[in-house]
Design a binder for this molecule. Structure first.
Ligand code: HPA
Length: 250
């Protein structure tokens, strides 16, 4: 049985090192996920891949059907989910483009997104613990795999999730910095919260692709981001190759 899923973000709409065996369209009570599930072999182990923004990178962060995506992943039977997120760097230690972060905390600034499976249609008022929003077991594996692959990856950091699709103002980033956010991205929530509601072990590989607004002399350039995405995603592929065998036995 496939036990590990990868949710690809910007710059990772297909996983070059996944040997694809089949695709499956999954329907959910919440609508369609971003794409058919892509099954295949990564480092000789079974894995399933889902591109968050759709196969052609057409779904913006605030329009992703996070509930359908997480529900569909649960349906496949996976128990572990590795999410890949492109981020801007806020704190001084998190500014190197192309570098990786395995965050351990989240601050949610998003709004108006369908963010729970436990609305009033759910039989019972339900609250889940989210003190530590990421799966510590999976985080440890990712950090260990990064060391083995000799990749520069920070094992801690607070992910600030913003609504987008515009980037932030310099003042918004300053406020986030005062709040304790180290990195900023648009897709970390509600994804992580939904994964927790369905009891999936979920962690993120965040890839720094630009200094956040006001953190460099220049304004944010998409060209620069694309360049850094390429380097960053090459690092992500290497990290995934190292990680999967630590999760799935041959
Ligand atoms: N802000 C929000 N999301 C992002 C950024 C950013 O600077 N870079 C990549 N995703």
């Amino acid at each position: 049985m496939t036990i590990v899923a990868i949710i690809g973000g910007s710059g990772l709409t297909n996983l070059k090192n996944l040997r694809i065996t089949r695709r499956e369209v999954i329907r959910t009570p919440f609508g369609e996920p971003s794409a058919p599930m892509v099954y295949g072999q990564l480092s000789g182990r079974e894995a399933v891949f889902l591109p968050r923004h759709g196969p052609g990178h057409t779904i913006p962060p605030h329009e992703v059907n996070y509930r359908a995506n997480i529900w569909a992943l649960k349906e496949t039977g996976v128990t572990k989910v590795i999410a890949v997120n492109a981020v801007g760097g806020i704190s001084p230690d998190f500014l190197v483009p192309g570098s990786l972060v395995i965050p351990d905390q989240i601050i949610d600034y998003t709004y108006g997104r369908a963010h729970t499976f436990f609305g009033s249609e759910h039989k019972q008022v339900t609250h889940v613990d989210f003190t530590y929003p990421y799966c510590e077991e999976l985080r440890k594996i990712l950090i260990d795999a990064a060391k083995r692959a000799k990749l520069h990856a920070r094992g801690h950091g607070t992910y600030g999730a913003t609504q987008g699709p515009r980037f932030e103002t310099a003042a918004e980033i300053l406020r986030m910095e005062r709040n304790g956010a180290d990195i900023v991205g648009m897709t970390g929530m509600p994804e992580a919260g939904l994964a927790r509601e369905l009891e999936l072990c979920y962690a993120s590989i965040s890839v720094v692709v630009n200094p956040a607004a006001g953190k460099s002399k220049e304004t944010i350039s998409l060209k620069e981001i694309e360049k850094n995405l390429e380097t960053g995603m090459a690092n992500v592929r290497t990290l995934l190759e190292q990680t999967i065998p630590l999760i799935v036995r041959a």
